[in-house]
Design a protein around this ligand. Structure first.
Ligand code: FE
Ligand code: FE
Ligand code: ZN
Length: 278
């Protein structure tokens, strides 16, 4: 099954997001668990969750992705900020346990001058404490562009976080096409080589989702500015190879492209479906 969707606003609840995804030809979606600027999440609406689960079963929805607020930093320099990240993530996971098959994606963090090694250790420390429950939800580390002091722009960094976290099977990775291309992994000229490197360093069994974004900036720019599919430096031919690659084609693909209207993502989903090979 081709699982594809885009990032939606969660303000009207799960059922509304499911209906929006379906209305643009999608069968998955991503959403922020709360206002990215932080703050409390709304209480869980159990009727909405029940309604969504029934809707998802009826319409054959694929797994959905909850994205942690990108402002939290699991390797912040002050303990109170790290604790805030951990509390936020624990609360998010407790809510997600009500949605079967959902995935929880987060940015590893920024070491803010403490150095990459300290950053990795602090992130692993957060992850270990996050995993200290029987919550079955998959937790995904997102590959980053390497902007500022971001951790996770090299596959080796992700691998070290996973290892230091004990290699728990609930830990996985989201590959963001804009981020890895900006980070210097040539998915345009050598997709097979990049995936081989991913397999050697992290292991393809950890790869659980793809963020599909073109990039406004050239290869290895370490910028992280998303572009519409086919209108950036990655280009449509590379996306055709990505969505059809045997190592990737069964993963959920989520668009995080800059569109103002739902119909914009609808157009991208239709385009990608037309490029999908059986
Ligand atoms: Fe992200
Ligand atoms: Fe992303
Ligand atoms: Zn990004």
């Amino acid at each position: 099954m081709f699982v594809i969707g885009c990032h939606l606003s969660s303000s009207k609840g799960y059922l509304n997001m499911g209906q929006e995804a379906l209305s643009i030809g999608g069968n998955s979606f991503q959403f922020f668990t709360r206002n990215p600027r932080g703050g409390a999440a709304k209480p869980v609406d159990e009727d909405d969750v029940r309604a969504y689960n029934a809707f998802a079963a009826e319409n054959g929805m694929g797994p959905i992705i909850a994205h942690a607020p990108y402002t939290m930093n699991p390797c912040a320099a002050t303990e109170s900020l790290r604790e805030f990240s951990l509390d936020t993530m624990r609360d998010d996971l407790a809510r997600l346990s009500m949605i079967p098959g959902s995935l929880y994606n987060f940015h590893p963090g920024s070491h803010v001058g403490q150095g990459i090694d300290t950053g990795i250790e602090l992130i692993a420390d957060t992850v270990v404490r996050l995993l200290d429950s029987d919550n079955p939800t998959q937790i995904l580390l997102e590959t980053m562009a390497g902007k500022g002091s971001e951790v996770g722009s090299r596959f080796e960094e992700i691998r070290r976080i996973i290892d230091l976290s004990g290699g728990d099977s609930r830990l996985g990775v989201t590959l963001d096409t804009c981020h890895v291309y900006d980070a210097g992994y040539n998915i345009v000229g050598n997709l097979d080589g990049v995936l081989e490197e991913f397999d050697n360093v992290i292991g393809l069994h950890r790869l659980k989702a793809i963020h599909l974004n073109d990039s406004k900036n050239p290869f290895c720019s370490h910028k992280d500015r998303h572009e519409k599919i086919g209108q950036g430096s990655i280009g449509i031919d590379a996306f055709k190879r990505i969505i059809n690659h045997k190592a990737l084609r069964d993963l959920p693909f989520l668009l995080e492209t800059p569109q103002d209207e739902l119909s914009g993502w609808g157009g991208e989903i239709a385009l990608l479906k037309s490029l999908r090979e059986n």
